[in-house]
Every structure is written in structure tokens, then in C-alpha cells.
Design a protein around this ligand. Structure first.
Ligand code: ATP
Ligand code: NCN
Length: 216
């Protein structure tokens, strides 16, 4: 049975934190492939167009043969729910043991996802530490155990593990904020995000004036 992971996200834009997380999961589990799934209509976020986010994702993952992008969410209308993504991908990849990659902030919300209790036991959860409010690794594990207990109350078992990965403070919101600041200073090149995103992604953001008041 092949071992595959889904890495879902808004990726607005993709950054080095995402890439480090995916690469760590690939080697630690180990996995054969990571399927990056950009959310078409994230139920809880506003984002730049799906096309821009996909183009940036393509630029970011193109050099890694174990990374692939799935546009599976384009086939559904309405909110993009994770459970539908897993069900749909399962028909493309039969005979697969599924994993789902998430940051701690996202994992914490799992019990509130659409049919989250069902989804929780359909795959193994690979969790990256992420600072939510200054807690340490032990407290992070406690947060995961609380999620596990919430699900168990309704007789749902969940398999999860923490990825051994350094804390990375980069977020898409930080990138968007820095780009906005650059545009206010009328800097045409988005230099403040250099080394926070892959260089081709930075060039793409500059070329399309994304995340500024003048964005397309
Ligand atoms: N630096 C990071 N460390 C650990 N997990 C991360 C990191 N950045 C993103 N993730 C995880 O990657 C997944 C996709 O994240 P997403 O595309 O929403 O990026 P984000 O940086 O969290 O965006 P935003 O700042 O807009 O909320 C989520 O599960 C999120 O928790
Ligand atoms: O299905 C849901 O109800 C749901 C609610 C919130 C987040 N998610 C999933 O969480 C992942 C990260 O989402 P985001 O939008 O925070 O980048 C992505 O795979 C989403 O499908 C899923």
C-alpha cells in the first residue's frame, strides 16, 4: 500500500514554512508523494484568485519530483471541504494509506470542520508545531491530546504524530503585510519578502503587484 499525504492550504502565497513542512513529512514518515491541494473557496478565508495561488505553487514545487499539485477542488462548487477532497482523491489513488499535513493552528480547529469527526479517522495526521500563544512543545502536545479527547468523546479515534521540525515563524499573512508595506513605500520590487518565499514566487508577486493596494 502506498503512503501519500495531502497538504491542503490557501497558500496565499506559498512560503518557505510550507515547503520545509512538506519536505520534513516526506522524510520522517516516510511518504512516497505529497499532494498539495490549494483550496478553491476556503470556508474561513479571503484570498487572491485561485489562478494566482496555483501559479505561485507551481513555481515553488517544480524542482521536487515528490511534490505534486492537485486541482481537485475545481471540480466542486461551494465551500471547499477537506473531507470531499480526501474522498475524491481516494478514487484517483486506490490502495493508499492517507496522511494529512497540518500546522498546529489548523489541527486545533479539526473538530469544527465540516464532518470533521469522520475525516479525523480517515487518515493519519502529521502536525507541525506552530506558535499560537507562546507555548512550548510540551504544551503543543497537550493541545493535540485535547483535540484527540474531544473526538474520542464521540467515539472517534484519531492517529496523529508531531513532526520533528524547527519552529518557523513565517506565515502568508506576514508576507502579505510586508508586500503591502513595500507598496506604501512605493518600492516596486518586493524586497522585504526575499528569503521568506522562493525567489520565483517573489518575482511573480512583484510582476503582478499582488498584495498591494494596486493588486490585480
Ligand atoms: N510556518 C508554519 N509552520 C507550521 N505550519 C504552517 C506554517 N505555515 C503554514 N502552516 C500550515 O500550513 C497549512 C496551510 O497554511 P496556509 O496556506 O493557510 O498558510 P498560513 O501561513 O497559515 O496563512 P495565513 O497567515 O494567511 O493564515 C496550515 O495547516 C498551516 O497551519
Ligand atoms: O473542511 C473544513 O471544514 C475545513 C475547515 C478549515 C480548514 N480546512 C483545511 O485546513 C487546511 C488549511 O486550510 P487554510 O485555509 O487555513 O490554509 C486545508 O486543507 C483546508 O481544507 C478544512
Amino acid at each position: 500500500m502506498q503512503q501519500l499525504a495531502i497538504f491542503g492550504g490557501t497558500f496565499d502565497p506559498v512560503h518557505w514554512g510550507h515547503l520545509l513542512l512538506a519536505q520534513t513529512a516526506l522524510y520522517q514518515v516516510p511518504l512516497e508523494k505529497i499532494i498539495w491541494v490549494p483550496s478553491l473557496n476556503p470556508p474561513h478565508k479571503k484570498a487572491v484568485s485561485f489562478e494566482h495561488r496555483v501559479e505561485m505553487l507551481k513555481l515553488a514545487v517544480r524542482e521536487n519530483p515528490a511534490f505534486t499539485i492537485s486541482l481537485i477542488e475545481v471540480n466542486r462548487s461551494g465551500n471547499s471541504y477537506a473531507i470531499n477532497t480526501l474522498i475524491d482523491l481516494s478514487s484517483f489513488y486506490p490502495n493508499t494509506h492517507w496522511h494529512w499535513i497540518v500546522g498546529l493552528d489548523t489541527f486545533q480547529t479539526l473538530p469544527r470542520w465540516h464532518r470533521g469527526h469522520e475525516l479525523a479517522q480517515m487518515c493519519d495526521w502529521l502536525i507541525a508545531p506552530r506558535l499560537l500563544g507562546g507555548e512550548n512543545v510540551t504544551q503543543s502536545e497537550l493541545i493535540c491530546k485535547q483535540v484527540e479527547q474531544q473526538l474520542r468523546k464521540q467515539s472517534h479515534n484519531i492517529r496523529w504524530q508531531f513532526l520533528n521540525i524547527p519552529l518557523v515563524g513565517v506565515s502568508s499573512s506576514l508576507i502579505r503585510q510586508l508586500c503591502h508595506n513595500d507598496s506604501v513605500k512605493t518600492t516596486s520590487d518586493r524586497l522585504s519578502i526575499r528569503y521568506l518565499v522562493p525567489e520565483p514566487v517573489r518575482s511573480y508577486i512583484t510582476a503582478h503587484s499582488l498584495y498591494s493596494d494596486k493588486s490585480e
